[in-house]
Design a protein around this ligand. Structure first.
Ligand SMILES: *Cc1c(COP(=O)(O)O)cnc(C)c1O
Length: 742
C-alpha cells in the first residue's frame, strides 16, 4: 500500500485514450501490466491476451455473454463451482443450449505414468424451451464450454488441469460419445481462488479462458480482474454492445459501426480502471520476490497442519470436535489440496455448533472467519449432504444466503472456512486452533454433564430428555412406553421393522397434561391429552402377539396422522394400567431381534436401560481406530441416543456398569438384570428426517462385546424400592443425582 500510495501521489497518469505524454505513459503501464498478468500464468503473448475487467465475475460474465451458443451447444461445469460460473448457464439456456453439471471422481490410487484415471459422472441435462430460435440451425460450427475452478473455494480441492487437455482433445473418451457428438470444446478455468497460491500454467495446459481477480492475489486493488483468453477462442466470441474504447468508427443516426481490431480493445468497454491497473505491479512485485512455488508450499503446509490438528481434537468423552470437508485421503498430496480448511464443529453429544456461533465467538477473539456456503452451492450441498429437497425446503422455510440461520432440522447448511495466503503465519494457525480448543472443546466429563433422563412415550418412537421426571406406580419412568402403534394385522410395530418410527419425536409437558408428537412427514404437530377419563369409553381388551392387554384407542384423525408419519396404516393404543405392561416390550424388542415370533413376557423386568458415557466413548474410539479413519469424520460418530437409554450416567470407567448388581440413585434402589442384547436397530442413523443403515456400530461391538452369542451394551434395571420401603405416590429422579453401585 505504501508503494501504491507513493506511486499515485508522485506520478501523473492521463486517460490512456488521449495522446498527451501522460496518456502515453499510462498506455505503456497498462501494456506492461497485461504482460505481467500473462507472465503470472506463464502464457505466451503469441497465444494469449489479457482483458481487464471489474473482477473475476465480470470476466466470467463476459465469456457467458459473448460465447457462440447454439441449440446444439453444451455448457458443462463441475458441481464445485462459484455462483459466478453457474450464472453462465442463464446465457446458455437462454439460447437453447443444454447445461449439465458433472462430478469429477479421481480413481485411486493414482498410478505413476498412467494417463488420466479420472472419471466424470453427469447430472441431469438442463434445457429450456426457447421460442423464436430456428429449430434446426444450418450446420454451422457448434461450440461447447467446459468450466471448472482451478481450486474449489469451498473445500480447497485442486482440479487437475490435464482435464482441460482431455476435454479439448479427447472429449468423447471422458464425456461419453452421446454428449459430444458435435462440435468443439472450449475450456474455462475460474482461477479467482486458485491463482492466489498456484496460478495455472498456460504453457502446459491449453485452457481457453482464465478468470482472475486481483484482490484475491494481493488485497489491493479491489474491483479489478482479468480474463486471460486464447487468441483463437477470443475470435469466436460475439460482442454485441459497443462503446467508447471498443469502437473504431460509428455513425450516430444509421446502423453503422466498425469495431476495433485488437482483442483487448474490443472487449474493454469504456475507460479501463487505469489507476488500479497501474497499482498491480506493486502486488506482483511481492509475489514474484517470494516466488509462487514458495507461496504454494508455505500455504499448503499451514493448511495441512491446521487440518491435521483439527481432525485430531477430541472432547473429554472421546467424540470428535471437528468434521472437515474435502478429500482427506489426499491430505498428504499437497498439490491436490490447496490452502483452504473447511469444517463444522460438534458438541460432545454429537450435535452441531452453528457456524454463525463459531464466527461470532471468533470475532470476539479477533479472528475473522468466512462462514456459509461461500457462493459455492454445489460444493456446499455435496459436502454437507444436502439434497435438492433439503435445499428447496430450506429456501421455503425462509433461509437466504446471508441470514443468521445455520442449522436446519439438525443439519448444518453451511461451513466455517479458514483460508491461508502468503502473509499468513504459523502463529495465525496456532492461534486459531487454540481458539477452537478453548471455546469448543469440553475437556473432562463432569459427573453431571453426561447424565440424562430419557422418556419414550411411544414405543420405538423418538423420546425426550428431562432434567427431572417422576416414577409411575409400577416403578418405571412415568408414561415411558405407555403408547404403541399397532399394524392392521395386529402386530406391535417396532423400530426394527419400521425405522421411520424413529423419526417421530415426542414430548410430554406434565404441567399442561399434554403429549406432543411431531413427524417430518406431517405438517401439523399432534397433541394428545394425558388425562385418561377422556378415553374411558374407548377401553378395549385386546390380544397382541399372544398377550392380552387393556388399552385405550384413538379417533381416526389421530390414527391417520400416525399412518402418514410412518407411511403405512396403523393405530395408536395406550396401555390402560392392568395386564401386561408395554414397558416390558423394551426387553421383548431386544429378544425379538433374534426371533420375532417369541413374544415372551418379561414381567416387571427391564424397566430402565442404563448406558454409560464412557462406554459409548470407548466404542467411538474403537470405531475410529478399527474402521477406516473416515468413520470419525462422518455421521457415524455414535451418540448415546443410539441406544435408546432411559438413564445415561458418566464419571466411571468404560463398562463399569457390567459388574453392577444393586444400584442406589438418591433414595431409590434398582437391581441390574444384566447386559442388554443389541440388534441392528442401533445401526440406524436417524437424521434430519432420513433413515440410514450401516453395519456400525454393531459390527465393532460384535468384535469385543460378545457373550454367548449375544452382543451386550448397557444394562437393564428394575426398580426395587425407596429406602427399602414401599414407594408411595410419585417420586422423582433428577439429572445430577449420584449413582452408587454397591
Ligand atoms: C472470489 C471468487 C469469484 C468471484 O470473484 P470476484 O472478483 O469477487 O467477482 C469467483 N470464483 C471463485 C472461485 C472465487 O473465489
Amino acid at each position: 500500500m505504501e508503494s501504491v500510495f507513493k506511486d499515485l501521489t508522485t506520478n501523473v497518469y492521463g486517460n490512456p485514450h488521449s495522446q498527451s505524454d501522460s496518456s502515453a505513459a499510462t498506455h505503456d503501464i497498462v501494456r506492461d501490466a497485461r504482460q505481467q498478468v500473462l507472465d503470472y500464468c506463464n502464457a505466451s503473448p503469441e497465444d494469449y491476451k489479457c482483458i481487464f475487467t471489474s473482477g473475476a465475475t465480470a470476466a466470467l460474465k463476459l465469456v457467458g455473454e459473448a460465447f457462440p451458443w447454439s441449440c446444439n451447444s453444451n455448457f458443462m461445469y463441475t458441481m464445485e463451482n462459484h455462483n459466478s460460473v453457474l450464472g453462465i448457464r442463464e446465457y446458455a439456456l437462454g439460447q437453447g443450449a443444454a447445461a449439465i453439471a458433472v462430478d469429477i471422481e479421481d480413481v485411486h490410487p493414482r498410478i505413476e505414468g498412467e494417463k488420466f484415471p479420472t472419471k466424470i459422472s453427469l447430472h441431469q441435462e438442463q434445457r429450456r424451451k426457447v421460442t423464436g430460435l430456428q429449430e434446426e440451425e444450418p450446420m454451422g460450427d457448434v461450440y461447447n464450454l467446459f468450466a471448472f475452478p482451478s481450486e474449489c473455494n469451498f473445500s480447497g480441492l485442486r482440479f487437475d488441469l490435464d482435464l482441460a487437455k482431455i476435454i479439448k482433445e479427447d472429449s468423447s473418451k471422458i464425456l461419453g460419445a452421446s454428449v459430444c457428438k458435435k462440435g468443439r470444446w472450449l475450456v474455462l478455468i475460474d482461477a479467482a481462488k486458485g491463482s492466489a497460491t498456484m496460478p495455472p500454467d498456460l504453457s502446459k495446459y491449453p485452457v481457453d479462458f482464465v478468470a482472475l481477480s486481483f484482490y484475491k492475489l494481493f488485497g489491493y486493488p479491489t474491483g479489478l480482474g482479468a480474463l486471460v483468453v486464447r487468441n483463437d477462442a477470443a475470435k469466436l466470441l460475439k460482442k454485441s454492445y459497443f462503446s467508447g474504447g471498443t469502437v473504431a468508427a460509428s455513425i450516430a443516426d444509421i446502423d453503422f459501426i466498425k469495431r476495433r481490431e485488437g482483442i483487448e480493445e474490443l472487449f474493454e468497454d469504456g475507460t479501463v480502471s487505469f489507476l488500479s491497473i497501474a497499482s498491480i505491479r506493486h502486488g506482483f512485485k511481492i509475489l514474484n520476490s517470494l516466488t509462487v512455488s514458495a507461496i504454494s508450499r508455505h500455504t499448503t503446509s499451514l493448511a495441512l497442519y491446521t487440518r491435521k490438528t483439527l481432525l485430531a481434537l477430541r472432547h473429554g468423552n472421546g467424540s470428535s470436535v471437528c468434521i472437515l470437508y474435502g478429500r482427506h485421503d489426499l491430505m498428504e498430496m499437497c498439490h491436490e489440496m490447496g490452502s483452504i480448511v473447511s469444517f463444522n464443529l460438534k458438541r460432545p453429544d454429537g450435535s452441531w455448533y452453528g457456524y454463525r456461533e463459531v464466527e461470532k465467538l471468533a470475532s470476539l477473539s479477533g479472528i475473522q472467519l468466512r462462514t456459509g456456503c461461500f457462493c459455492n452451492p454445489g460444493a456446499c450441498a455435496k459436502y454437507l449432504g444436502l439434497s435438492h429437497m433439503d435445499l428447496i425446503s430450506n429456501t421455503e422455510a425462509g433461509h437466504v444466503c446471508w441470514d443468521d440461520q445455520d442449522i436446519i432440522s439438525g443439519k448444518p447448511i453451511g461451513a466455517v472456512r479458514v483460508s491461508f495466503g502468503y502473509m499468513s503465519t504459523f502463529e495465525d494457525a496456532k492461534k486459531f486452533i487454540d481458539f477452537v480448543k478453548s471455546s469448543f472443546m469440553s475437556p473432562q466429563n463432569h459427573v453431571d454433564n453426561g447424565n440424562q433422563l430419557k422418556v419414550y412415550p411411544i414405543k420405538s418412537c423418538g423420546g425426550f430428555s428431562a432434567s427431572s421426571w417422576p416414577l409411575s406406580n409400577n416403578g418405571s419412568l412415568k408414561h415411558d412406553r405407555e403408547w404403541i402403534l399397532k399394524s392392521l394385522s395386529g402386530e406391535i410395530l417396532t423400530l426394527k421393522r419400521v425405522p421411520e418410527m424413529g423419526l417421530i419425536s415426542s414430548f410430554i409437558d406434565l404441567s399442561q397434561g399434554m403429549l406432543f408428537v411431531e413427524s417430518p412427514h406431517c405438517k401439523e404437530r399432534l397433541q394428545i391429552r394425558l388425562q385418561l377419563d377422556f378415553y374411558d369409553s374407548a377401553i378395549q381388551d385386546i390380544e397382541l402377539q399372544g398377550q392380552r392387554y387393556k388399552v385405550y384407542s384413538y379417533d381416526n384423525e389421530t390414527n391417520s396422522w400416525f399412518s402418514k408419519a410412518i407411511e403405512r396404516p396403523c393405530t395408536l393404543l395406550r396401555y390402560s394400567g392392568s395386564s401386561h405392561d408395554f414397558v416390558l416390550d423394551r426387553t421383548k424388542d431386544i429378544v425379538t431381534c433374534k426371533d420375532t415370533n417369541s413374544a415372551v413376557s418379561f414381567a416387571n423386568e427391564g424397566q430402565f436401560l442404563l448406558v454409560s458415557e464412557e462406554s459409548v466413548s470407548d466404542l467411538n474410539k474403537r470405531l475410529c481406530s478399527d474402521v477406516q479413519m473416515d468413520m470419525c469424520e462422518t455421521e457415524i460418530e455414535i451418540n448415546t441416543n443410539r441406544f435408546r437409554p432411559n438413564l445415561v450416567v458418566s464419571g466411571g470407567r468404560p463398562y463399569d456398569e457390567d459388574g453392577w448388581s444393586d444400584i442406589r440413585i438418591g433414595n431409590k434402589y434398582f437391581r441390574s438384570l444384566g447386559g442388554c442384547n443389541r440388534c441392528q436397530v442401533i445401526n440406524l442413523t436417524l437424521n434430519a428426517g432420513q433413515v440410514q443403515k450401516s453395519k456400525e456400530p454393531l459390527a465393532t461391538l460384535a468384535s469385543y462385546r460378545r457373550v454367548k452369542g449375544r452382543i451386550l451394551f448397557g444394562i437393564l434395571l428394575k426398580y426395587v424400592s425407596v429406602n427399602g420401603e414401599q414407594q408411595q405416590g410419585d417420586s422423582w429422579l433428577h439429572v445430577g443425582q449420584e449413582v452408587h453401585p454397591d
